[in-house]
Write a protein that binds this ligand. Structure first.
Ligand code: 5GP
Ligand code: MN
Length: 340
């Protein structure tokens, strides 16, 4: 991946001139969001900056090991302090999202209102405009983009175990442990560099992927055995979970991470969705097996969302039954295959 010299020079200048730096990311932060924030944080720490990560809401518990000893604020739990931190910052990094709004309404508005310089580091399509933008939709993860930026800024020797652990975490989660979005050799070269710091891949993998609670594993079993609907003719499937079912399994943030992918394990399924009921909406995830099925477009056109070509998300504001009816009609019409 080739970074523009102009962007790196500008970024270097912004970092040099900043004392208080805030790093922000999207709502329901995932491994790439937390990993990219923490990787950048540990790098900036080496430069003796005053740094705070602000996440909109709590990260799933399996990512907490990354936030240990990292100065961070959960926006929804501490709005006043978070807003003041934004106000005090000379430089704001916007990570793993293509517009401020992905941080949720209140945090998004707060970021937008700030006059400080803002730098975007991301890999989603159609980014908004920022002072400097590192937007690379063809790259596996924001963590991989951060890797190239830090390497360009300070050389490979700058990577330490903290930076490498964080960046490796995001690359491995956003590629489903190197099973998609990683058809380019550079990602493995990047990972090889990170491994030279002495991080243990098996340990990180276990922290992230093998720390299910019993409830989480049982919820997965229930979702697959009882709540999976298959449309063989349309090569589509979806799983739906109501609030009372999530409550029964004591749902915790992150417990549904990866569940949507199980639909694609079925032979003959190319498009799938996961619907889960939240307080005032139905959260939706979409996945496809082929770039020809552009679920970013689908989420954007029909479900108030977006993301990537083969992995996207959205929201439905009707009841679960109404959202299901609408989705089933779209499946029957094969609306997930763009006609334009
Ligand atoms: P997930 O299904 O894992 O929640 O999200 C898959 C991808 O879609 C992620 O890259 C995420 O950033 C994006 N995404 C999820 N929900 C939304 C949404 O409501 N709006 C937009 N623009 N992107 C979303
Ligand atoms: Mn990402």
């Amino acid at each position: 991946m080739i970074l523009k010299n102009k962007d790196i020079t500008e970024l270097q200048k912004l970092i040099n001139n900043a004392k208080n730096i805030t790093i922000a990311t999207h709502i329901n932060p995932d491994g790439d969001a937390i990993g990219s924030c923490c990787g950048l944080y540990h790098y900036l720490n080496l430069l003796s900056k005053n740094i705070t990560i602000i996440i909109p809401n709590n990260a799933p518990s399996n990512l907490n090991f990354l936030l240990k000893n990292v100065n961070h604020i959960v926006f929804e739990e501490n709005v006043k302090q978070a807003k003041q931190t934004f106000i005090n910052s000379d430089l704001i990094f916007v990570m793993d999202m293509n517009n401020d709004n992905r941080s949720g309404d209140t945090m998004g508005k707060t970021i937008t209102e700030m006059n400080s310089n803002k730098v975007l580091i991301d890999h989603h399509v159609n980014p908004d405009k920022y002072n400097v933008s590192f937007s690379y939709p063809d790259v596996s993860s924001t963590c991989e983009v951060v890797f190239y930026i830090l390497k360009k800024l300070s050389g490979e020797k700058i990577f330490n175990k903290d930076i490498a652990t964080a960046l490796y975490s995001g690359i491995s989660t956003d590629t489903g442990s190197f099973s998609y979005s990683c058809n380019h050799s550079e990602v493995y070269t990047a990972v090889a560099s990170l491994l030279k710091t002495g991080i243990k891949v098996n340990k990180i993998h276990n922290e992230i992927f093998n720390t299910y609670s019993k409830n989480r594993l049982h919820l997965l079993g229930y979702a697959i055995s009882k709540k999976l609907k298959i449309f063989e003719q349309q090569r589509a499937a979806y799983i739906y979970l109501d609030k009372k079912e999530l409550d029964y399994y004591h749902y915790q943030p992150g417990d549904l991470e990866g569940v949507v992918n199980y639909c694609l394990k079925l032979d003959g399924i190319d498009f799938c969705a996961l619907l889960s009921e939240r307080d005032n909406k139905i959260k939706m995830s979409f996945r496809s097996t082929d770039e020809k099925i552009d679920v970013n477009k689908f989420a954007n056109k029909y479900w108030n969302g977006g993301g990537h070509v083969m992995a996207s998300g959205g929201k439905g504001f009707e009841s679960m039954n109404e959202v299901r009816e609408k989705l089933e009609q779209q499946i029957k019409n094969m609306d997930f295959i763009s006609k334009d």
